[in-house]
Design a protein. Structure first.
Length: 115
């Protein structure tokens, strides 16, 4: 199965943008449904966005629609999350997720949005 490494997190002011990347190692990356989840301090992990293997179907949590965009490059075994119009409530650890026959998680990357 794949292994996942996220990057691109950091500190940004409210209204700013960040792009997260998730690099996958292993075979058959294009067979995996890829997604992003996040976990804020003291809260449970919540769904952010997902994309199918071909990259032609996406899904978003309602609060992210219109602000976040998930995409993938199967040639590079990478999935991205473009985050625009960031808000302080977007502050969380963002986790990359892969699903085929089981769930695979990355180690997470911290995103902090200052007001």
């Amino acid at each position: 199965q794949v292994q996942l490494v996220e990057s691109g997190g950091g500190l940004v002011q409210a209204g700013g943008s960040l792009r997260l990347s998730c690099a996958a190692s292993g075979r058959h990356f294009s067979n995996y449904v890829m997604g992003w989840f996040r976990q804020a301090p003291g809260k449970g992990r919540e769904f952010v966005a997902a994309i199918n293997g071909k990259g032609d179907s996406t899904d978003y949590a309602d609060s992210m629609k219109g602000r976040f965009t998930i995409s993938r490059d199967n040639a590079k075994n990478t999935v991205y999350l473009q985050m625009n119009s960031l808000k302080p409530e977007d502050t969380a650890v963002y986790y990359c997720h892969a699903r085929l026959y089981s769930d695979v998680w990355g180690q997470g990357t911290q995103v902090t949005v200052s007001s």
